[in-house]
Design a protein around this ligand. Structure first.
Ligand code: NAD
Length: 278
């Protein structure tokens, strides 16, 4: 049976990969971008990838590539894109002003029960969503590039996000085969980009380990951090251009280094015993 409809706003690297993940789970997908040329390119790219995946037996989900492809339609009209959707996954460039503008536009046209979700790598929910009429429905669902291959998704609520939205997003991510983890509150770099540093108790011990085992670890088994940066944008210089500000902010927010003895040592040990590592 067909699943409900979702919308992807922005059909670049991450948007295309999300569209494939949702289609693999049987969801109907509206893939939106500002220019038709980009939408056409994205649909061609997805078609090529899916056929290749089918040939090599790597296609996700129980539907055939053609069936999955028929679930994805392109669109350049935002209103049409979000009509009747249960979840909107925003995947536009990492630029606060641009994303605020887009969420402002969405705020005017969405229903009161759709989930408004951003793929942002390092913009905080309070910066993105504060002041929106539908702020209670907003959340960050940060994937790892590319989400089709790396299942981890960090869910980061705004202080005003309704707990039911977090749960709904968590369930949806599970349904499409992703591996969601919940952050209790927003913090620069979320958990992924400040791994091992959990002084603030932003994430549970089990979820913190998932960040590595279902996220970064899958990637670092094959490629190192420099190749990752190079591939996550259009080359290293473009990566620095896109993420420089965010990287500086995250690194500055790291506090003092723990001494891994005394109280902190005991606390880490208790957590490990609790989750059955020892
Ligand atoms: P990208 O440049 O590949 O794609 C962005 C797309 O947004 C383009 O197709 C562009 O045409 C479109 N766009 C621009 N303005 C728009 C508008 N007003 N409305 C709709 N679409 C518009 O970027 P990306 O790498 O896919 O990143 C998208 C988001 O995902 C960013 O917030 C980024 O931080 C996040 N993210 C990226 C990675 C990564 O490694 N690339 C990983 C996790 C999260």
């Amino acid at each position: 049976p067909l699943q409900p409809r979702v919308a992807i706003v922005g059909s670049g690297l991450i948007g295309c990969s999300w569209a494939m993940v949702f289609a693999s789970g049987g969801f109907q997908v509206k893939l939106y971008d500002i220019v038709q040329e980009q939408v056409t390119k994205a649909l061609e790219n997805i078609s090529k990838q899916m056929k290749e995946l089918e040939k090599t037996g790597m296609l996700k989900g129980s539907l055939k590539a053609d069936q999955q492809l028929s679930l994805i339609t392109g669109c350049t009209d935002l209103k049409e894109a979000v009509e009747g959707t249960i979840h909107i996954q925003e995947c536009t460039p990492e630029n606060l002003e641009l994303k605020k503008k887009i969420f402002g536009q969405l705020d005017l046209i969405v229903s009161n029960d759709v989930v408004l979700s951003s793929s942002t790598s390092c913009l905080l929910p309070t910066k993105l969503f504060t002041g929106l009429k539908h702020v209670k429905q907003c959340i960050v669902a940060h994937p790892v590039n590319p989400p089709y291959y790396v299942p981890l998704v960090e869910l980061v609520p705004h202080p005003e996000t309704d707990p039911s939205i977090l749960e709904k997003t968590y369930a949806l991510m599970k349904k499409i085969g992703q591996s969601p983890v919940k952050l209790t509150k927003e913090i620069d770099g979320f958990a992924l980009n400040r791994l091992h540093e959990n002084k603030e108790g932003i994430i549970s011990a089990t979820d913190l380990d998932l960040v590595m085992s279902d996220g970064l670890g899958m990637r670092y088994a094959f490629i190192g951090p420099l190749e990752t940066m190079h591939l996550n944008a259009e080359g290293m210089l473009n990566y620095c251009d896109r993420y420089r500000e965010g990287m500086i902010r995250v690194l500055k927010s790291f506090g003092t280094i723990p001494d891994f003895s005394g109280e902190i040592e005991q606390k880490i040990n208790q957590v490990c015993v609790h989750i059955g590592i020892l």
